[in-house]
Ligand binder design. Structure first.
Ligand code: AMP
Ligand code: MG
Length: 419
């Protein structure tokens, strides 16, 4: 007679095989080698792409000492007491330098951005002078160097302006343009194939029979992937059957760098994703001590990385943000992105049992007293996608946490910093 040995499963809260989120992150990171393929593109097209080489400044910015104000360029040696007069001998506009020499007792009219003549070292604001014909009388204190923007004050020739591995933001486009650089090298776009699994799933436009639901995961995944500026390959809905799953996975592995699926990774009778991954490639792990999103398959099929996300719509988003996005960013060559977290007062009490790391959906808001606080979105079921839509942050509750009293400090992670 065979003895019945209970198998650890996803329904078992005491399951010892589950990984901590940190271990899971490390295991994923250890399997990722950043892409080396790159392309050269005009700077505007480089927005949101990953810079492949350091950008080194070929020039000084600004290239000359120039005025930070509309006023008068003077020689600080001419400054006497609190009131003195100088003869205006010329004028300098931005882009049209004064061509002559400014001698002792002289000054020029100067506009913001205009080159400061080499004999001058100080700018007096026009509001601080009285003008009679071409004689200007200056009052007040004017420290040497006042209102002068110095050569190389922003960037010096040879300075590393942006480092390799950086995701290019709008300010960077301007910065690169200010150096006169027209094109940069960025890593090539990742190709990501994704599909949903589940016999109950229908696509938009179809009518729902009893028990059927519309596939929403392909839409949230599409949105999150688009934010990462990757090429997406939407492979639709695949039923819970081994043959179609096998075929779709093999086709995806041929076409993409990374495959992402949702659903079918748990221990239900129709959950074949993990089995197919084991047959076609390698499974690295599939249970994480977190909530939501415990079953998560990770591995490889031929040269493609594979992420089998859980089916529940909230779990898909949480596991994508916490594991898939950092992995894709590393793969595209981005240096370890800093994900912002900070502590803030939570107005709600939160119930939690120790054992798993929890990502509660929450809203950062300005309270009547003017301070920023956080509150949860309400019901935290992993099928309640509206909680993600209403939320603007996660509250992070670590494994040991056994609940939070109202009005205590919690750690939050704003969505805006996640991708
Ligand atoms: P599974 O992980 O396949 O057991 O799915 C868990 C839950 O998520 C079930 O209630 C599914 O109906 C639901 N689900 C799975 N895939 C999707 C999808 N693509 N869109 C919306 N809900 C889904
Ligand atoms: Mg399913």
């Amino acid at each position: 007679m065979s003895e019945f040995i209970p198998q650890p499963s996803c329904a078992d809260p005491e399951d010892q095989n589950r990984l901590s989120i940190d271990t899971a992150r490390q295991r994923i990171a250890s399997l990722i080698t950043p892409l080396t393929a790159w392309q050269r593109c005009p700077i505007r097209d480089a927005l949101d792409r990953i810079l492949l080489n350091d950008i080194v400044s070929p020039i000084n910015v600004p290239a000359h000492n120039n005025s930070a104000m509309d006023g008068y360029a003077i020689r600080s040696g001419d400054i006497t007491n609190d009131s003195f007069s100088l003869k205006q001998v010329g004028i300098a506009f931005a882009g049209q330098p004064f061509q002559g020499t400014v001698n002792t007792g002289e000054c020029i009219r100067i506009m913001t951005g205009a080159v400061v003549p080499s004999e001058c070292d100080t700018i007096v604001m026009q509001e601080q002078v009285a003008v009679t014909d071409n004689i200007i009388t200056i009052h007040g204190k004017h420290p040497k160097g006042n209102h002068v923007r110095y050569i190389g004050e922003d960037l010096k020739t040879g300075d590393v302006v942006l480092t390799a591995g950086r995701r290019i933001i709008p300010a960077d486009l301007g910065l690169i343009a200010s150096l006169g650089i027209a094109e940069v090298n960025v890593s090539r776009r990742l190709r990501i194939a994704f599909f949903s699994t589940g016999d109950e799933l229908r696509s938009i436009g179809e009518t729902l029979a009893t028990g059927q639901i519309y596939d929403s995961n392909r839409y949230t995944l599409y949105g999150m992937l688009k934010r990462l500026d990757v090429e997406v390959l939407d492979m639709g809905v695949v039923p819970d059957q081994k043959d179609p799953l096998r075929q779709t996975l093999l086709q995806a592995a041929e076409q993409a760098d990374v495959i992402i699926t949702s659903g079918g990774v748990s221990v239900g009778d129709a959950d074949y994703v993990k089995e197919m991954l084991a047959e076609l490639g390698q499974v690295d792990f599939w249970k994480i001590a977190m909530r939501p999103g415990r079953p998560l398959a990770f591995g490889t099929i031929n040269n493609a990385l594979f992420f089998g996300l859980p089916g529940n719509p909230v779990s898909v988003m949480v596991t994508f943000y916490q594991f898939v996005a950092p992995a894709l960013r590393k793969l595209m060559g981005e240096t370890e992105p800093d994900v912002t977290t900070f502590q803030v007062n939570c107005t709600d009490a939160i119930r939690k049992r120790p054992g798993r790391f929890e990502y509660q959906r929450a809203i950062l808001f300005k309270d009547d007293d003017g301070t920023t606080k956080v509150k949860i979105t309400g019901s935290q079921g992993s099928g309640i996608l509206r909680s993600m839509s209403t939320a603007n942050c996660f509250i992070l509750l670590d494994e040991k946490c056994d609940g939070i009293a109202a009005n205590s400090l919690v750690t939050v992670q704003p969505f805006s910093g996640l991708i």
